[in-house]
Design a protein around this ligand. Structure first.
Ligand code: CDP
Length: 243
């Protein structure tokens, strides 16, 4: 993908026409898969992710089981066809790192101590990548955990903010991520106003960092609202009676 001449035009619009504080069109759906205990599909513009949860179930191999809590396994994976240049099969170093930071974020809200000796397995499959796959993955994974009925203190809602052409922007797409000056994914447990993941690639001044965080918080409160709406949509409808 070639670098566009400008990432923000004279009217302050971004490459896809958004204003600096606008999210991409978001879609969320819970319970999209039959074979897992919980699942969710989340889309932010061109970024499309499915998350599936199995468990709590007996941990295998058994010597890995913990006596006082469940193990949370987490696998973030990009399909080979999710990116322009075919991603190699198997797990890359990047995917191993992202699986770890996503697991650590989810561990902060999940009541693992309620399930000693068990494991809870979270699978995140990126089916199309256009920037912000770790944040979309986290947002989807927390919905899938809720769908599986895993007790949690809160959902996790996440979005990246960044700096492009010297301006702070919300929810970077791939071009902005690649050609911008900074990219800062942020995930929060909004009910506690606590940050559960924060990374920064590039440079920001302390002032930009503070403003960027406030911008992320604004996006996260909207994402959290959409997550709760998606959950309500699934759980407030009564399934038809079996005859
Ligand atoms: O996806 P996220 O922003 O969380 O992570 P990143 O490592 O900053 O990657 C940014 C974007 O680069 C991804 O969303 C993809 O669109 C793209 N990418 C790619 O094209 N090929 C890869 N192997 C990895 C990332």
């Amino acid at each position: 993908m070639e670098k566009p001449e400008r990432l923000i035009d004279e009217n302050g619009r971004r490459v896809d026409g958004r204003k600096f504080d606008e999210l991409r069109p978001v879609k969320m759906e819970i319970g999209v898969l039959d074979k897992s205990d919980g699942s969710a599909y989340v889309e932010f513009g061109g970024t499309k992710v499915i998350a599936a949860v199995f468990g709590p179930r007996e941990a295998h191999p058994r010597h890995l089981a913990l006596p006082d809590r469940a193990i949370l396994n987490c696998r973030y994976h990009m399909t080979s066809f999710s990116v322009e240049e075919r991603k190699p099969l198997g797990m890359t170093r990047r995917e191993i790192e992202l699986s770890k930071v996503i697991r650590e974020a989810l561990e902060t809200v999940t009541f693992l101590e309620e399930f000693p000796r068990a494991s809870i397995d979270v699978y995140i499959e990126v089916i199309q990548a256009d920037g912000g796959t770790r944040t979309t993955g986290l947002t989807a994974a927390s919905l899938a955990l809720a769908d599986a009925g895993i007790p949690m203190a809160d959902l996790v809602a996440a979005v990246a903010v960044g700096k492009v052409d010297g301006q702070l922007v919300l929810d970077l797409c791939d071009i902005e991520d690649k050609y911008g000056e900074a990219d800062m994914p942020v995930a929060m447990a909004p009910r506690f106003n606590s940050i559960v993941l924060l990374q920064l690639n590039g440079r920001m001044t302390p002032e930009e960092f503070r403003k960027g965080l406030a911008l992320a918080q604004k996006g996260i409160s909207e994402i959290y609202r959409l997550q709760r709406e998606a959950l309500k949509k699934k759980f407030s409808s009564v399934p038809p009676m079996e005859s």
